[in-house]
Design a protein around this ligand. Sequence first.
Ligand SMILES: [Zn+2]
Length: 233
Amino acid sequence: MRTGLGLCAVVAAITCAPRASHAGDDAAAAITAAAPACPAERAHCFAIELHVAADDSGLVVTPAWVAAQLAEANRHFAAIDVGFELESVDALPASAAHIVTRRDRDRLGDGHLDRHRIEVFLIAKLEDVDNPGDPVFGVTWRQPRDDRKYVFVAANAFGRTLAHELGHVFGLPHSEYAISIMNKTPRDEPPMEQRTFADEEVALLRKGLTRIVREHSFRSRDPRGSRGPAATP
Ligand SMILES: [Zn+2]
């Protein structure tokens, strides 16, 4: 692992040694500063731990890119009163920038999945493990040991890709609903700005949310504070 922008370039009150470079800290802090908060009125806010690949020119995505992905996720998940916010950002070494094999995906999950946060890895390039060489924009992967889900999004992804992958985290498969961001078939209608989760998928997302809350798969907090623990839907 490269020492300059190592796994310990962590912000948001997490400390580890050895101390990361100031460059890595600054880049991660800029992402944190630009990221939208979980909308205050949401019943559930899920914490995301973001791991961003770095190469010689710095992190592979910009703060604005991350902010746009989070804003899209928060917009689509309003349907089930769920929002997302960054809890931490750290830099991954250059060796993580290009994810090709199943083992690459497994290996990045190792050591990152024990804190009941939604772990999202932002990388430069992601390949289809069933068709090597074919690029994919995002994938929701399962840790082989305990089946826990985590997410990869490539730097060339659509703005809605994180929302799509979080749909998988909440239990959705791909679909053929024209309106749905879970439908991967290229199409002209409806226009992109009108696409979101189909009503049938919102019902499934609610079930997924109930399961996540019951099993404490991922940590959520209640942004309404005084209301106490967030209610199940
Ligand atoms: Zn998908």
